[in-house]
Structure formats: C-alpha cells, structure tokens
Design a protein around this ligand. Sequence first.
Ligand code: CA
Length: 726
Amino acid sequence: MGSRNVRHALAIAALLLGIHGAQATPGAVDEARIIGADGEPGNWLAHGRTYGEQRFSPLDSINVDTIGKLGLAWYADLGTRRGLEATPIVVDGVIYTTGDWSRVYAIDAASGKTLWTYDPKVPRAWGVNACCDVVNRGAAVWKGRVYVGTIDGRLIALDAATGQLVWETLTIDPSKPYSITGAPRIVKDKVIIGNGGAEYGVRGYVSAYDANTGQMVWRFWTVPGDPAKGFESPDMEMAAKTWNPAGEWWNKGGGGGTVWDSMAYDPDLNLLYVGVGNGAPWNRWERSKAEGDNLFLSSIVALDPDTGRHVWHYQTTPSETFDYTATQHMILADITLGGQLRKVIMQAPKNGFFYVLDRATGQFISAENYVHVTWATHVDPATGRPVESDPNQYRDEKKLIFPAPFGGHNWQPMSYSPLTGLVYIPAQDLPFTYAQEKGFKYGRHPWNMAVDMAAAMPPAGQDPALTRNVMRAIAKGHIGAWDPVAQKEVWRVQHDGPWNGGMLSTAGNLLFQGNAKGELVAYRADNGQRLWSAPTQSGIVAPPVSYAVDGEQYVAVMVGWGGALGLAGGIAPREGDQVGGRLLAFKLGGSAQLPPAPPPPVLPQPPAQTASADTIGKGDALYHAYCSVCHGLNAESPTLADLRYMQPATHELFDKIVLDGLYKDLGMVGWSKYLSADDAHAIHAYLIERAHQTQREQAGGWWLGVKNWAYGVLAKLIAWFIQITA
Ligand code: CA
C-alpha cells in the first residue's frame, strides 16, 4: 500500500469513526493530505481543491434529485463593496478566505460565525497600482498556518488558530508598481507567489519562500532584464535571444510577463506549472520592434519546484501585443486521446484558443477556438503556433479585434468533471479597438501600454444610453461546456452580459456558477439544463466551492461585484450592488434569509452646469483616459464611488480630491502629476453633466422608452455588423 493509499484509508477510517477533524490542529494541511484530497472530500484543502486544480467536488448528497431542497444555510457580511474573487479554503470545519485589501477571514464552516480576521493594513494609496480592483483570490493553508499575498507585495504567514502574524516578507521592489492579487500555492514546504503590474510597467517573476521562515528559496524571472547587466540564469540567456534589444523593454515597462494568478503542480512528475502574463508595454512594435517571440510572455512554463529552473515552456501567443495573458486557470487531467491515456495540462487563455498539452514534455497536442477569434485564423497543428490573420494587426491603423484584453476567458476559474469529461469555461465574447499610441512616452499615463485607450472609448459626447445598449448587445458571456478530446463545445449556456463567476462541478452531476445578475445557479453538468437558483443581491465573480461538516454537504461562494470589468463597468449594473460583499453557504433544507436589500441611492441635486459644450467634451475624453478604469464607463459604477452621485460637499472639495489627494487614505490619490487645474475643471463639468443626464433619465417619460427601444435595435445592428466585419 503506497503512502497515498494509507492516507486515503486513514481518512476513510476517520470519517467512519466520526472523529474527522474534531481533534485536528487547525489548518493541519500537508502535501500528503492535498495529494490524498479525494480521500477527504469534505475538505477543500488547496486553491483548486487538488494540486491538479480540477475544481471538481466528489461530494454528491446535493445532486440532480435533491437540488430543489438547496437553501441558504448562513451568510457572513464582509463589509465591503469592492470585488470578491477568493476561493475559500476549507479545513476540518473552518473556512479560510480573503476579501478586498488582502483582508483574511477564518469562519466556522457550519455556522458562519467569524473566528478571527486579519487586516494587513495595506496603505490605501497603493490601490492605484492594482489595475483591476483591490481584490485577492485566496489564501493557502499549510501545517497550521495561513498564507496570503497582499496588494502591496507582502507575503504573510498567520497562525491558523488565532490569526496572529507569524512572519511577513516583502516580495517586491517597493519603488515599482507591483501588486499581488493571486493565491499562493504550497509545494514541498515552499510558498510559491507571483505578482501583477504589467500594465504599469514591471518585470515579471515568480518566487518560492520557505513556509517556515519566510526566507526566499528561489526566483524565476519570466523575461530578460537589461542585457548589459548579464543574465540571472541560463533560462534568461535563452529567453533573451527572442527579444530585440533595440526595443529597450527593460527601461520601457520592464517587459511584463507577470505571474498573477494560475499555477498547478504534478507531484509525480515533480513539475510546477506557472501561467505567464502579457508584455509591457503591450505594443510589440515598441517593446521589441515586433521581432522575436519574447519568451516567456503568454506562456505556460513548467519549473522544477526544488530549484525554480525552467524544464519546458509552451507559448500561447508568441510576440503578444493584445494583453493576451496565459495566466488563466490551468487544469491537470489524465484523458484518453487516440486510445492512449495521456497526462495533459489544459488552458483557455485570453487569446481565445483552448489548449491541450502533454504536461510531462510540454508537447503541443491540440488547440481550437472556444470563443469568436479574429486575431488569428487557427493554431497550426504541425508547429503548435498560432497563424495570425494579419501580421501587421493594428500597426498602421486602429483595428477592432476579438477577443478584447478582458480575454475570451479571464481569471474566473474553470472546472473539469472527470464524470462528464467536460471542461466548463466561464467564457465571454467581446471585442476591443486596438491602436498604437502615437508618440508613446513612458510615464505619460500611469498605465504604459503604448496602446491608445481613447481609440477604444465611445466618441466624447455619445449618448451614454446608446453606449450602454451597444455594450450589452456586443459583450456576451456564456458557459462553454468543452470536450477537450474532440476539441469542441458540447453545449452552451448563454448569459446576458460578460464577466460572470468561476465554475464548480460536483459528483452530483451539478455545475454551479454565480453570475453578473446576482444569482447563484445550478445546472446539470451533463447537459446544461438549469435546475436551481438563489438570489444573492449582488453580482458574483468568485468560484463556488463545496465541502462537508459532520457529513452535511455545503456549497459556498463569495458574493461581491468588481474586478477589471466590474470596475470599468457600464455593462451590467444591477440593483443591490450597494449591499456589499458576503460569503454565502447553502445546504439541503437551509432556510436562512438575506436581509432585504437597501433601496437604491437617491441622486443628490447636482450643481448647475456652467461649462461650455467644449469643456464638457474635453472632460469626457479626460475622464475616459484617466478615471473610467476605476470609476466606470460613462461614470456609471456599482463598485467604487459613482461620481454622478457626489454630494454637494464633495463637489466643493473636487479639486482638492482630484489634484491634491485629499482622499488618498481612502485609495483615491492626487493626479496633479498628470492633470492640470483646467483638466480637473473639465472632468468636473463632465461629471455634473452626467448627473443631470441621469436625473433626466430617472424622471423617465414616454420618449425615454421609445429612445431606448430605438437604441436597442440600433445596438443589435451594430453588434451584428461588428461580428461579420471584424
Ligand atoms: Ca494584463
């Protein structure tokens, strides 16, 4: 009997004796337990439940026959309106999860009672370095400790029993705009953590820290540094051959390649897989004169977890220039291909193709597009390289391309059910207008992509109601149930809008997903039939998990709208987003009730408009260049402050807030480095105009119905035209 089987047998014996977890040290997770996770299905011990990150729960008491009895068991208020993206870890009846600003929570898994919280007190001004909301995708638990990365680049270790700090270490150069939103993984007593920041301009890497002491064990850089300074490793020497030094990426944005989310581990092969992000700047003509593949951007890299050395890599988007990260969820599975059982790794990165690779060697097996794709025609099966539809892409003129930088699939985790053999992809179809930024100079904006963001924005002065309709008509999300053997979609659940939650499949033939509309839904995993739903009052982006306490199965999910598309917004604003974030847990016969949602906020009377149409138009353009990424398209935001709803006192303080940083301790830094007093005045005028427009919209009238109907028809025509011409 192998050690894994012994562990399995012990876990079953413990379950039978009913002593499961009761006497355990809190958070006593180790490698043997994670490897033997199927032997204790009541726990969710690691980010993807197993090292292979399949996000499939073997629990089946909640199933297609009993699903009708599923009800709310309890809820825990987390006191935030920012995005919640974490996967809760569940160990022996305790949930360890994370919220906004890298806060950590330990919660009783049966009652929902908070056991302890830990606030790493991230300086709020650092939030401006987080491209996509001050989110955190979860903790790791190991040998009585809880490990979390913080937005400001620290890795912290807490006592799982008390939440007391054991150690913390800074994983970044604090003079650079790095941030951490991803969950650490723990392999052989090493805590593996990467970071984000490629839009701002940083050089990517992933590091391993000793779980016991916090000392760094190794660091793998994902892109080469200044060639004049030599190379950190032979791996970097190899990568440097795929870059053109004339691009001077090392002092123009760092090159990017941040490892901001996905990892997986195969203990038998002793390989750690990391997903690598986009280039910095995005624009390959600026970054490397569009020459070379620019390793290891947009690659899956297999590392030796003992040394951090490169073993193999597969690059999904050579010479990427679209923000097509390969940081998306990676799943390890053993599947039969051509009559042979193959150890594969699967990924649906932003670029729109679903990849199946041999995970021992990195050999390309197959790839097909899982969403509408226009940047490439296909992936050549002989070479495993994408065939770009136009090598010049947006070099000479702006061009509408599918998928957008939000990706055909973003960070929201997929799920693989070994029972159905399907991978469930939280996918989305939306395009983006790419254009080179003329006269790009590093540091002109906080974001340094050498891509002209204004080209992607609606023209200044366009009626926001039309923009809203067009966005809703074009940007569509869906669940794609994908057969990785046949490389084709088997069925699809179409959503109204993009940016829905991560996936969970279970042995009860169920598939769970939260959505942008504010509901948790269960579908049949084999055919996608919608079986059950519960209102959650706010949109969901996080993935659900399932666990059991004393033999009773639960499904839990973090509820809270936000993240990249949630902030940029303007797409799926819902009633109830002002409710705030929660952790919800459901069980059969659960009868808890959410308190009624508060009424929507009342629009304060805006100040009189005194600015000219020109000034308002200038403010519109400036707002969408500097503010909309956090405060939302057309100043509509369910997540951060909705600036149409500013109180009279806030209007009075506008310049002090925007230019001088009066609210920097709330996360709103001053922008005087980028904006003049005239600029701030124009933005203010635009926001006052938006408040008046909103006031008129809320007053309604028959003409508003007619206008919206006409816009709806027009939007569908525009969406159709874009689909056939892009
Ligand atoms: Ca990016």
